[in-house]
Design a protein around this ligand. Structure first.
Ligand code: RP5
Length: 164
């Protein structure tokens, strides 16, 4: 039987996938196969509500929500669940470098937080790492993988330093 998915990666459009692939790939590096959905807070608001309200009961523990422009997806999901929501603001076509999405994602009212990451690919990768950090609180194997990840990252910088 397939293992229950504990992380969901939701994005507002398939046009977000080229950036969000970095998030999905990073989760997979840690052995986490996410549930991936395209759900729009504005174009499919009913599906966003249904998804958020049913996520915890399905076994989802962390939701990563990415969107561009007036990026209300992370906040709209956060309004309907007490699961932690990690937001990834994206620079969509013709948008001012993602600043619009950043402010829409990060400026949540008190009481309904979204953990907003950086704009774009860095944020997509960090959303995956942050989700792993949350899950690692109750998973020693993930804690060990995070420690290994940091060591490898450190080593890569040292190698670049020697090669420069
Ligand atoms: C947002 O609008 C999506 O997350 C995407 O970043 C942006 C543009 O969507 P498409 O017009 O490409 O579907 O809701």
């Amino acid at each position: 039987m397939a293992e229950k998915k504990v992380v969901a990666v939701v994005m507002g459009s398939d046009s977000d996938m080229p950036v969000m692939k970095a998030c999905i790939d990073k989760l997979k590096e840690f052995g986490i196969e996410p549930e991936v959905r395209i759900i729009s807070a504005h174009r499919t608001p009913d599906i966003a509500v249904e998804f958020a309200e049913s996520a915890a009961a399905k076994g989802i523990k962390v939701i990563i929500a990415a969107a561009g422009m007036a990026a209300h997806l992370a906040g709209a999901l956060a309004a309907r669940t007490t699961l932690p929501i990690i937001g990834v603001p994206l620079a969509a076509d013709q948008s001012p470098a993602g600043i619009d999405a950043l402010l829409s994602t990060v400026q949540m009212p008190p009481g309904v937080p979204v953990a907003s990451m950086a704009i774009g690919k860095a944020g997509a990768v960090n959303a995956a790492v942050f989700a792993v950090q949350i899950l690692a609180l109750s998973d020693e194997k993930l804690t060990a993988k995070l420690s290994e990840f940091r060591k490898t990252q450190r080593q890569k910088v040292i190698e670049k330093d020697s090669a420069v």
